[in-house]
Design a protein around this ligand. Structure first.
Ligand SMILES: C[S@@+](CC[C@H](N)C(=O)[O-])C[C@H]1O[C@@H](n2cnc3c(N)ncnc32)[C@H](O)[C@@H]1O
Length: 457
């Protein structure tokens, strides 16, 4: 692989005796990783059914390497949201954020959603997760991944960080800034990052990272945890950005980020005016672990009183007459009735996560748990609702084995034979929800979304 000469010269200077091993790592196979989604299945249950060659990623309980011949991204379990394909080093970041159920969490640079879905899994559907991505097309992909993994408590926004900072001052318990960067750590995986690289790009990225951190700092509660990460090696974007931020923000202290075998520490000698604690940040190197390059820092904002702020809470939509068809659907098809603060976007019905602030004037891709469409005189449940439901939350289900011809036919959008009562039926793969069907006269009409169908397979 052809790496930029200026990049190689710089790495040689920094790494010295480790340089040869570092360069040799570019000739090695990249590590392939997947993360089990605990919102769908506990890890031990997934391991019982997984048809892949899995070995544990040492730093994340939900993370596994898979074999070279495996194609987990093309398996019905992927479609059902049981797994997320994620680069193993990147999994370390979600674990450092370490969110708890019930907390208020922000993922500020979130697409395509690897870390958002990791955080969501750890929050177990409780609390509020705001996932933001300024690039519109990427925000859409983020939203699709939130849907596929059956996340109930996330709001997806498409904003610049400063716009969010004005709306959410001192609001979040934990914030992740997985910053846009020069991507040096991904050259092996992503040749585009390699082609874009230049010293000027590194400097531009470092300045942008500082701006993003400024917004994040405003949105964190006193005592809150801020995790900063990049997938690049350049000290300017790692120790440099964190040191510049810490100098401007004495209310933040760098905390010890938990290290595992093969993880290295941030280098105070690689930046001018290194912040105290820079040696407690993490560097992950491809020649030291089975994963790509990453950097991560954990910071804590000092406890203290913030000036009281007036918050405008999201106003729910509670027109019971308009919601009548939704409640009839829930009565007939479900054993639970998702309820709380509803919100309507056009004819699309959502449930807002608890504690959500007003979304007025913000670009919102997904305002919460998508329940379905309020059609004229009937309610049609959404694919997101199907993916987030467990078997015991629905009255009627049809579980198909992953390898069965019926499963493939369902994913291709075909109708299936089905006995039993008329009405909505949750289709499952080996007991895990994957979509809706509607039964009448012995036939299950296929409601697997057209855009997701497995055509050509
Ligand atoms: C490293 S990627 C995030 C990867 C993601 N966290 C994941 O795990 O899947 C950085 C993201 O930041 C977005 N971004 C670019 N400029 C930004 C800005 N000024 N503020 C916030 N995010 C930005 C990029 O579009 C990109 O999607």
């Amino acid at each position: 692989m052809q790496l930029p000469q200026l990049f190689l010269d710089k790495m040689k200077d920094l790494l010295r005796e480790q340089y040869a091993a570092f360069v040799a790592s570019y000739e090695e196979e990249k590590a392939r990783g997947l993360r089990v989604n605990p919102l769908k299945a506990p890890v031990r249950d997934f391991l019982r059914i997984a048809p892949f060659e899995l070995t544990e990623v040492p730093w994340v309980s939900e993370g596994f390497y898979y074999g070279k011949e495996d194609r987990p991204g093309k398996h019905p379990y992927h479609e059902a949201g049981l797994i997320y394909i994620q680069e193993p080093s990147a999994m370390a970041v979600g674990a450092l954020v370490d969110p708890r159920p019930g907390e208020t969490v922000l993922d500020l640079c979130a697409a395509p959603g690897g870390k958002t879905t990791h955080l969501a899994g750890r929050m177990n559907g409780e609390g509020l997760l705001v996932a933001n991505e300024p690039h519109p097309a990427r925000a859409k992909i983020l939203s699709q991944n939130v849907e596929r993994l059956g996340v109930r408590n996330a709001v997806v926004t498409n904003e610049m960080p400063d716009k969010l900072a004005a709306r959410f001052p001192a609001f979040f318990d934990r914030i992740l800034v997985d910053a846009p960067c020069s991507g040096e750590g991904m050259f092996r995986k992503d040749p585009d990052a390699c082609a874009e690289w230049s010293p000027e790009h590194v400097t531009m990225c470092a300045d942008r990272q500082l701006d993003i951190l400024e917004s994040a700092a405003k949105m964190l509660k006193p005592g809150g945890r801020l995790v900063y990460s990049t997938c690049t090696f350049s000290p300017e974007e790692n120790e440099g950005t964190i040191s510049r931020f810490a100098e401007r923000h004495p209310e933040f202290a760098i905390e010890d980020a938990q290290a595992y075998e093969g993880f290295d520490r941030g280098r105070a000698d690689w930046t001018a005016d290194a912040a105290p604690g820079i040696g407690e940040t993490l560097r992950l190197w491809p020649h030291r672990i089975r994963g790509e390059g990453h950097y991560a820092a954990v910071l804590r904002k000092a406890d203290g009183e913030e000036l009281p702020v007036r918050r405008k809470h999201a106003k729910g939509f509670n027109d019971l007459k308009a919601l009548k068809d939704y409640f009839s659907f829930a009565d007939e098809a479900l054993t639970v009735t998702p309820a709380g603060e509803f919100t309507l976007f056009g004819d699309q019905l959502y449930l807002l996560p608890s504690g959500m602030l007003s979304l007025d004037q913000l670009k919102v891709v997904r305002p919460g748990w998508h329940l379905g469409t309020l059609k004229k005189n009937r309610f049609e449940p959404s694919h997101a609702l199907a993916l987030s439901l467990k078997g015991d939350e629905v009255r009627n289900r049809l579980s198909l084995p992953a390898e069965s011809p019926q499963m493939l036919a369902y994913l291709k959008g075909e109708a299936l034979e089905a006995e039993g009562p008329k009405g909505w039926r949750l289709v499952e793969v080996d007991g895990y929800s994957i979509g809706w069907g509607k039964v009448a006269d012995g036939t299950l009409k296929n409601h697997f979304p057209k855009g997701l169908r497995w055509t050509g397979r």
